[in-house]
Design a protein around this ligand. Sequence first.
Ligand code: HEC
Ligand code: HEC
Ligand code: HEC
Ligand code: HEC
Ligand code: HEC
Length: 331
Amino acid sequence: MLARRSAQPAIPGSTKASRNQITPTHCILLLPLSGWRFLRAVRSNPAKPRRPASSFRKSSAGYSVTVSLGGEQKQIPIDWVFGAADQGYTFFSRLSPGQFLEHRLSYYKRKPGFDITPGQRTHTSSSVEEAVGIHLSPMEAFRCLRCHSTYLKQMPDGPDFSSVVPGVTCERCHGPGADHVNAIKTGASDRRLLNPGKLSGDELLLMCREFHRAEPPPGMLFDDPVVTRFQPVGLQMSACFQKSNGGITCTTCHDPHENVRRNANDFYNKRCVNCHNRASQRRCKVQTAGECVSCHMPKIRPLPHMSFTDHWIRVVSASAGVGKKAREDER
Ligand code: HEC
Ligand code: HEC
Ligand code: HEC
Ligand code: HEC
Ligand code: HEC
């Protein structure tokens, strides 16, 4: 049998002690506007949005965007910002009870500036109503917020903003702390706290999949470049996962209490070699030490301003879709 999950070396820096000082969210994915420190960056990078003209500004009433088209103007207060301080930010407003708006322009960090939000129409809008963005139903708004926050309740007219805690915090993955404290107080043997460290590799993947998604969007093939955004899909397709009996899972390479390590190939390569230097394993004919991920987990850019890492670990050149796209992106 191949690597059990417990056989993986501990991820440096992820000791229990260091977890006392962790930032309270898993890659903060939702910011109330009060915490939107990044506005300064927006101001210092004046937007050159596509038509129609939109301007983002702060006033005593809060943050808002004003969209102008053919003499018509609409000003909309912004309530929330979705984003992981990583690649992009999408703005979100509650227009009225039961009516929500995903703004048409998002802010991207790669080449700082505004552009169309993924999934929204790119052609010039015919009315100012259309130009501001997409209206979401209470259920759709709830779905966005549910993945991006903790303690969210659904009310008949949409998500209950009074209960929401932005970002994926401890309890989202570990279960409610109050139950845990009570269990200790009453001496119950079930401590009522989920320790994901005790889960098998497969079970852990199920947990992460709930947020990072389990399958391609309807109508999309598994090797569509956009599917690299959904890392569990790729990992589950990998022979490394399928043939190691849960030996490789998200926490093999990531500490859920920290942001993803960027530009740290050596760190990830060690995880590969840890399994692939075993005598029983087939060896790479190209290279058996040092670099692995740049060839077998290439970074690609499936959306104009966002890059993702192909988690379908394989010989990329042998497959058309993703591999081809990766090479195109190098240009
Ligand atoms: C199934 C869970 C899920 C749902 C539903 C969801 N998101 Fe996300 N979102 C994620 C995860 C996980 C990430 C981080 C990885 C990524 O960028 O795809 C993310 C990232 C983002 C980012 C930041 C991109 C970056 O990396 O900087 C934005 C903006 C965003 N989501 C907006 C939205 C909006 C708006 C909706 C609703 C229309 C939505 N999300 C629905 C899980 C979800
Ligand atoms: C995104 C999900 C997620 C979030 C958010 C999260 N954790 Fe964890 N936590 C995990 C996983 C998964 C493990 C198991 C890691 C492993 O097995 O490598 C873990 C393990 C731990 C452990 C070690 C348990 C043990 O006995 O080994 C502690 C302590 C811990 N987390 C505390 C926290 C605290 C405190 C927070 C909030 C500041 C937090 N976690 C937020 C997913 C999460
Ligand atoms: C938990 C152990 C484990 C880890 C960690 C692991 N692999 Fe694998 N990998 C496997 C197993 C098992 C197979 C299947 C071998 C077979 O078919 O005999 C495999 C297969 C492969 C294949 C062949 C794919 C195919 O479609 O036939 C490649 C390429 C590969 N691994 C590269 C990597 C790279 C690169 C990493 C690090 C990013 C990595 N592996 C991490 C266990 C692992
Ligand atoms: C074999 C190692 C490995 C495993 C297992 C792994 N990842 Fe990754 N992951 C990486 C590497 C390498 C990167 C790119 C880091 C960088 O930017 O340099 C990455 C990046 C990411 C990112 C940032 C966005 C992107 O795609 O670049 C997310 C989110 C992510 N991984 C989620 C997951 C999830 C969820 C799982 C479990 C399904 C998982 N990863 C399993 C190696 C791994
Ligand atoms: C320069 C790109 C490159 C690098 C770096 C690289 N590989 Fe490969 N790897 C390939 C190619 C191409 C193949 C297919 C070779 C063939 O079968 O002709 C391959 C094949 C494999 C296979 C499948 C072997 C088989 O017999 O099916 C495994 C496993 C593998 N690589 C693991 C690794 C590991 C682990 C590392 C890091 C130590 C690594 N590779 C580094 C390009 C690379």
